[in-house]
Design a protein around this ligand. Structure first.
Ligand code: 2P0
Length: 326
């Protein structure tokens, strides 16, 4: 019997951010988050289990992962093996379809695809909730990439209550995201380390958690009722408040670069002129502009003086996890 399956998952960008864990092993978040899965960036992963003990091999874009990244994948696969009660080694082939040098985090699509392929390869019949819980334990944001379009990851109380679910929205056909690549190099502080440092040392962190949970309810309402303006305002605020919590950490850290600030300012100016656009930023210098399809041309023209054409990537809502047997 072939223990072999393939899965494809798309990356997501949080509109209401996840920042900080209350359990680092299970990846339980301090606060819930809400995201949009994008069509432009995805990961395809094949997993084959061999009925013998031994070490796992993991190739990303045909290159072997380094020891530390392989160990992270193996620890995740251990969870899947435990669900089935086997100790077989795995061969993993993964391909990231993210435009070269985009500098976008891919752990959301990577662990969603790995959860889908590994569980199917072992014949586990996991529903979407179980897949979201499993993917979460690889990387928090991966819990949301099980679903297409908008998804809400509820913080929950424990392992089984911390999962994402999809949200229907009248905004689905209209929303677009313009990713502005400021710098594609590796970030100096990983999001995992950044979260830990903020939770442990930032005096603003408790305010972040309290506010994030309140605003998440408002964001859910705006998304499900098609209130684009409120959704955009809340998304921008969530990003600013998340980054504010890091600025107050010890030692402080900041993902923004001068180019990020320039783009943020352009977005504010265009908005003052009536263009419907808002920005969000994650654990890196790139800026994601949340807008409507009808505003894309205006935005691209306005950014052309500041940003190279190749540094602008357009995305729309993308699909949820797809899994197939090989
Ligand atoms: C998010 N980020 O909600 C937040 C906003 C970055 C900033 O989730 O440690 O790769 O694997 O759970 O999910 C990026 O961190 O972190 C992230 P882990 P993850 O999208």
């Amino acid at each position: 019997m072939a223990h072999h399956a393939r899965a494809k998952a798309h990356t997501n960008i949080a509109l209401s951010k996840y920042w900080g864990k209350r359990d680092n092993e299970l990846i339980l978040p301090m606060n819930g988050s809400l995201s949009l899965t994008l069509d432009a960036f995805h990961t395809t992963t094949e997993v084959r289990f061999i009925e013998e003990r031994g070490s796992d091999t993991v190739l990303l874009n045909e290159q072997p992962l380094d020891d530390s990244a392989t160990a992270k994948v193996s620890r995740f696969l251990d969870r899947v093996r435990a669900l089935k009660g086997v100790d077989w080694r795995a061969e993993v082939h993964s391909h990231n379809q993210v435009p070269t040098g985009a500098g976008l985090a891919s752990s959301s699509s990577a662990f969603a695809a790995l959860a889908g392929a590994a569980s199917r390869a072992l014949g586990l019949e996991l529903d979407e909730r179980a897949l979201s819980i499993l993917a979460r334990k690889g990387s928090g944001s991966a819990s949301r990439s099980i679903f297409g379009g908008f998804a809400l990851w509820q913080a929950g109380e424990d392992d089984l209550s911390s999962y994402a679910y999809p949200l229907q929205s009248p905004l689905y056909d209209d929303i677009a995201m313009l990713v502005v690549v400021i710098n594609a190099a590796h970030k100096p502080v990983t999001s995992r380390e950044g979260m830990r440092r903020t939770v442990d040392t930032s005096p603003y962190y408790s305010a972040w958690v309290k506010d994030a949970e309140q605003r998440l309810g408002e964001m859910k309402h705006a998304v499900t009722h098609g209130d684009f303006t409120r959704m955009g305002e809340l998304a921008e605020m969530s990003a600013m408040r998340m980054h504010a919590s890091m600025l107050a950490a010890e030692p402080p850290f900041c993902y923004w670069e001068s180019g990020s600030l320039q783009v943020m300012q352009i977005v504010r100016e265009l908005r003052a002129q009536g263009c419907q656009c808002y920005f969000t930023m994650d654990a890196g210098p790139n800026v994601k502009i949340i807008t409507r399809n009808s505003e894309l041309a205006v935005l691209k023209r306005a950014l052309a003086a500041t940003v190279d054409e190749q540094a602008l990537l357009t995305a729309r809502p993308g699909p949820g996890l797809l899994v197939e047997n090989c």
